[in-house]
Design a protein around this ligand. Structure first.
Ligand code: GAP
Length: 454
């Protein structure tokens, strides 16, 4: 069974994800993506961009800055309202999310209701998960934005807590410079920063992470319900393209009374991580809140003018949001397989073709036979122009297969003595472990055919 311990250990051992700044004792829940992690992450981003930007006529992309005008966060409500409730244990001084402690006990989400949280913590004698005491400070709000300063700007500037903000403030430029017409969407991938009270579960909740977000603008008179359902399905399908199984996903609809006044509906797609079902993606109907607020505050009309209908309006927006690090965690968890082989065990990461970090590994059968190494190097040098390849001559073939299986390499090519005579090689398939001999002159076509990306 896949556990977080197994994933964290493989991720470090095989160069996917390392604890950040480990030589200095690490930095609370911060991670660095290693050589295979960055390939995997880039492939997920590419797949997302291809799916939601390149393959659609109704989408355009942007890449906005991390440091945005402070007014933006005032207007969006983040400066005053982007809070989580925290409490400290008076005995061990550890800090926790008050709403999480409370919901674990009463099964109810009391987000934003500090007094009620205090009451539950007291009356139910909720114990500190760390030391077992039940002696809490009062719950208080903690703003999660990271503050910084910027030369030439008075007051605080923030690292963006979500990528969405940059999209709304670019709305007018997009309308003026592109031939877009609702329904249309603006997509963006990038870093976001949140000073989470408690981060954890590996890369699931960190303070620096990446989001892939879309603001999908619609005419307020559009029947939005079917579009909303369509986006939910697209989010599930994207998770499945990363390897997630349908049975491991479920939907969580935010209760009406918890929704912001402007939101008509919010549904999270939850995934069954080894630590339980938790939010993977979100989809919200945000009405015209953002564009109206920014219109009022900036004095610029953030509207769309429909020439045919002679109608001017502020579009409503559906916001499908995807966590990139959580997507990568899904791909790791769902790729992980342990298989019995000839009395032994192999760990194999069965990433979908589209996102596997390495497509092809090239081996000379023996590293101390220059003629095999020379031929293998020639093939590797040729293939790396078209594919993501690795050359590996370290250890016996069995050991090399194990290593490539653990990083999810799709095909391993071995050059042996027959190759020198017959000008062919062995191709081993990661999933079936079946081997085939293929002529070297037919190799590129063979691999293109096998690796064809949909
Ligand atoms: N613009 C809407 C928005 O930011 P959110 O639900 O707060 O909504 C969107 O965040 C997605 O970002 C989440 O569904 C999750 O995948 C990811 N995310 C949020 N906080 C995160 C964190 N601390 N670490 C990693 N991913 C996070």
């Amino acid at each position: 069974m896949v556990t977080m311990e197994k994933i964290v250990s493989l991720a470090k051992r095989r160069g996917f994800v390392y604890p950040a700044c480990e030589i200095y004792g690490g930095l609370a829940n911060a991670y660095s993506y290693g050589p295979y992690g960055v390939e995997l992450k880039n492939n997920i981003k590419k797949l997302w961009w291809k799916t939601f930007v390149h393959r659609r006529e109704d989408m355009v992309g942007i890449d906005g800055p991390i440091l945005l005008h402070p007014k933006l966060w005032e207007v969006s409500g983040h400066t005053t309202g982007f809070n989580d409730a925290m409490v400290d244990c008076k005995k061990c001084n550890k800090r926790f999310r008050a709403d999480h402690l409370v919901s674990d006990v009463v099964g109810e989400d009391l987000e934003g209701e500090l007094e009620k949280m205090d009451k539950v913590l007291k009356e139910k004698k909720v114990e500190c998960p760390d030391c077992g005491a039940s002696d809490w400070t009062n719950a208080r709000n903690f703003n999660m934005m990271f503050k910084t300063e910027m030369n030439g700007v008075d007051g605080d500037v923030y690292l963006r807590p979500e990528t969405a903000g940059a999209i709304f403030v670019d709305f007018k430029n997009i309308i003026d410079s592109m031939r877009v017409k609702p329904p249309f969407g603006i997509a963006q991938i990038g870093k976001a920063f949140r000073n989470e009270i408690v981060a954890g579960n590996f890369i699931f909740r960190t303070r620096e992470f990446e989001q892939m977000e879309i603001e999908y603008f619609i005419d307020p008179e559009t029947k939005w319900e079917s579009l909303f359902e369509e986006w939910l399905k697209l989010q599930e399908e994207f998770a499945m393209a990363l390897g997630a199984k349908k049975k491991d996903m479920r939907r969580y609809e935010h209760p009406k009374e918890k929704l912001s006044h402007y939101s008509k509906k919010t549904i999270d797609t939850e995934y069954k991580f080894p630590f339980g079902f938790s939010e993977l993606y979100g989809l919200a109907h945000r009405g015209d809140f953002d564009l109206s607020q920014h219109s009022k505050a900036s004095g610029h009309k953030l509207e769309y003018f429909n020439v045919e209908k002679n109608k001017r309006y502020i579009p409503h927006v559906l916001e499908p949001t995807f966590g990139l690090d959580r997507s990568l965690l899904v791909s790791l968890v769902s790729a992980y397989n342990e298989e019995e082989i000839k009395g032994g065990k192999r760990i194999v990461m069965k990433f979908p073709k589209e996102i596997a970090p390495i497509q092809i590994a090239v081996f000379p059968l023996l590293r101390n036979k220059p003629e095999l190494v020379k031929k293998a190097k020639e093939i590797y040098n040729d293939l790396k122009n078209n594919f993501v390849c690795e050359f590996d001559d370290n250890g016996n073939i069995g050991k090399r297969y194990r290593r490539q299986d653990e990083i999810g390499t799709l095909y391993c090519l071995t050059i042996d003595f027959d190759s020198l005579e017959k000008d062919d090689l062995t191709i081993r398939d990661r999933d079936t472990m079946k081997q085939e001999r293929v002529k070297i002159k037919e190799l590129t076509d063979y691999l293109i055919n096998k690796l064809e990306r949909k």
